[in-house]
Design a binder for this molecule. Structure first.
Ligand code: MRU
Length: 345
């Protein structure tokens, strides 16, 4: 897969593969300002919890550069810009984590000039970027072990290279199993309304020569009943202190069906996706997105004028439906409250 998040020193910009247009067009989107970064996050030029975190880290650096040409108190201006980035999307904890990490670095460096801070932040953003790929590869090594040779794995949304800095979490598990010499097939749920499964998971797996079939979201029960699914592996935007996993809308339904049909359901995510400050999935803010994503397919309206729709973007899957949480440090097993507390000791 092409690196879809790139810092360009020539442009002094973050250059993103625009995921709105995949798989039909490989367009690139340049971010030079805080507004560009926030726009890219909100409309989902870039999406997926770890990719959002990496983008936000570079976004803090770009905010610093922007503030250099502004009038007034640079520290206040910079805090305002960081707030703007932190609030671009509410559910993925990685966004908050990345901005808080940049604030922590700022606090630690003490009394530096804005120019020095920008240099330090750019280096930290690059480390977060590279570190994310390493974490995903480690998730792949641990996760590969839970996959058997010949398995067909269902996944929901896109938790792949495009949702991270590279390699992926859920798709990292599949790549890890393949690297271990196993034959694995993938069912990608299409994932209405943004179609991350149909457009993005299918795009990146197909590009890498990994066998993938796209299924309508509502085919899940039948496919499981027919014995066509051996495991489910999904990513997460936030895992709470009790092990509930908040992920793309529809994940909860897949997990309930997996329980019903006896299919093991795994969540793959880096440790920093675990939010020990939030007790349960019910406490996580669920993003309510633009209704147009539901009322339209592209520019074509599919619902009658003035009919209201739901466009809640995520749902929490209760921990009792999860067979294991695959992290870069190993696979957590129930009871998750204890396993997570131990991880953060
Ligand atoms: O709205 P999105 O596309 O950002 O939602 C993405 C997901 O739900 C992913 O499954 C999650 O972020 C994990 S990405 C490794």
């Amino acid at each position: 897969m092409t690196e879809h998040i790139q810092y360009s020193p020539e442009k002094d910009a973050l250059v993103l593969l625009d995921q709105r247009f995949l798989p039909n067009r490989e367009d690139w989107f340049d971010c030079k300002t805080t507004d560009d970064i926030c726009f890219a996050l909100v409309v989902m030029v870039v999406r997926g919890a770890p990719a959002i975190g990496v983008t936000a880290a570079y976004g803090c650096y770009l905010a610093g550069r922007e503030v250099q040409s502004m009038e007034g108190d640079w520290k206040k201006n910079l805090h305002d810009k960081l707030d703007q980035i932190e609030n671009a999307r509410p559910t993925a904890v990685n966004l908050r984590w990345a901005v808080r990490e940049m604030r922590r670095v700022w606090n630690e460096t003490g009394d530096v000039s804005l120019d020095e801070l920008c240099t330090i932040w750019l280096e930290r953003a690059k480390q977060i970027h590279a570190g994310d790929i390493e974490m995903c590869e480690s998730i792949g090594r641990f996760g590969g072990e839970v996959i058997d040779d010949g398995d067909t794995v269902m996944t929901h949304c896109n938790a792949g290279a495009l949702a991270t800095a590279g390699y992926g979490t859920a798709l990292g598990v599949i790549r890890g199993a393949i690297d271990q010499g196993k034959k694995v097939k993938v069912i990608a749920n299409e994932t209405r309304p943004f179609l991350q499964g149909a457009r993005l998971t299918a795009y990146e797996l197909h590009k890498d020569g990994i066998e993938v079939k796209v299924a309508c979201d509502n085919a899940c029960a039948l496919l499981m009943k027919e014995g066509l699914v051996d495991k489910v592996v999904v990513g997460a935007d936030r895992i709470t202190a009790n092990g509930d996993a908040v992920n793309k809308i529809g994940t909860y339904g897949v997990a309930l069906l997996a329980k019903h049909f006896g299919v093991p359901f795994y969540v793959a995510a880096p440790v920093y996706t675990i939010d020990p400050e939030t007790p349960s999935g019910d406490d996580v803010p669920i993003e309510d997105r633009d209704p147009k994503e539901v009322t339209h397919v592209g520019d074509h309206q599919i619902t009658p004028d003035d009919v209201e729709v739901y466009n809640l973007a995520f749902d929490p899957t209760p921990n009792e439906l999860i067979a294991g949480i695959i992290t870069e440090k190993g696979v957590l097993r129930p009871p998750y409250k204890e396993a997570i507390a131990k991880l953060f000791e």
